[in-house]
Design a protein around this ligand. Sequence first.
Ligand SMILES: *[C@@H]1O[C@H](CO)[C@@H](O)[C@H](O)[C@H]1NC(C)=O
Ligand SMILES: *[C@@H]1O[C@H](CO)[C@@H](O)[C@H](O)[C@H]1NC(C)=O
Ligand SMILES: *[C@@H]1O[C@H](CO)[C@@H](O)[C@H](O)[C@H]1NC(C)=O
Ligand SMILES: *[C@@H]1O[C@H](CO)[C@@H](O)[C@H](O)[C@H]1NC(C)=O
Length: 224
Amino acid sequence: MLTAALAVAALAFQTVSAITLEKRAVDYYDPTANGGSMLDKVGDTGLGEPLNVIISGLSSRDVLTDDGILNYARSIGFSEECFGIHQGDPQAANLGDGNGWVNQTVELRQDYGSAGIGTCLESVIGGNHFRIWRQNGSQADSGALFFAVSQEEPFTEHHTIVPDGYNIGRDRLVQNAVGQTSFNDVSYSTVARNITGLLAPGANGVNHNISTDGIVTLLTVTIL
Ligand SMILES: *[C@@H]1O[C@H](CO)[C@@H](O)[C@H](O)[C@H]1NC(C)=O
Ligand SMILES: *[C@@H]1O[C@H](CO)[C@@H](O)[C@H](O)[C@H]1NC(C)=O
Ligand SMILES: *[C@@H]1O[C@H](CO)[C@@H](O)[C@H](O)[C@H]1NC(C)=O
Ligand SMILES: *[C@@H]1O[C@H](CO)[C@@H](O)[C@H](O)[C@H]1NC(C)=O
């Protein structure tokens, strides 16, 4: 009887271990703990934009791939930039993972309802957009995705960020993401948690001298 109970317990333990192993071990590693920064780099201006949303490394693995994050982004109202029209140069980030400063993998803009056309419209009237980096170097391999999210002014000559645009951009993205979303027959459940003490609040070194509240929102995304 006791043996049987132990066997069941051991089996349960094994199952839990197996599930844990399929996922990465941590939400993220603090980039600043290993020479990185929670601000990206905007060219050689010496300024940067805040990495204000993190997709946890404990999310379903498929979400953390290039294709997976695109599909997820579409489920929360974003798509790839309109026909390759691209405002400005890529920005670089150092996630303290041993990869140094690397350019963003992709830039996504808000999709106003129809893929392609939506992002073109967004390019004209402004909106929410974000850039993505992956923390996957040999020194900090969480697999987490770091986003620099901002809310832009309507397009005039070039895109600029609205006052308070980093906080607003983050909060709007998170509002769209939390709960259940789906795209292409993939359904997602997203949970948010705010982190302080990672990104310094204020405007020191921040592009456009726009102050932030220092909150980074961690999203854990599970494929249902
Ligand atoms: C990053 O982007 C800049 C601007 O387009 C480019 O000059 C630079 O070569 C890129 N760096 C890498 C490592 O691809
Ligand atoms: C890390 O992610 C980048 C894109 O963000 C990718 O180009 C690179 O191949 C990845 N490296 C590893 C070791 O998976
Ligand atoms: C995170 O902080 C923002 C800004 O204060 C707030 O609007 C939001 O409700 C918070 N989210 C969570 C999950 O605590
Ligand atoms: C940034 O804004 C603050 C107050 O809003 C102002 O005092 C400061 O001079 C500005 N700095 C720059 C470099 O524009």
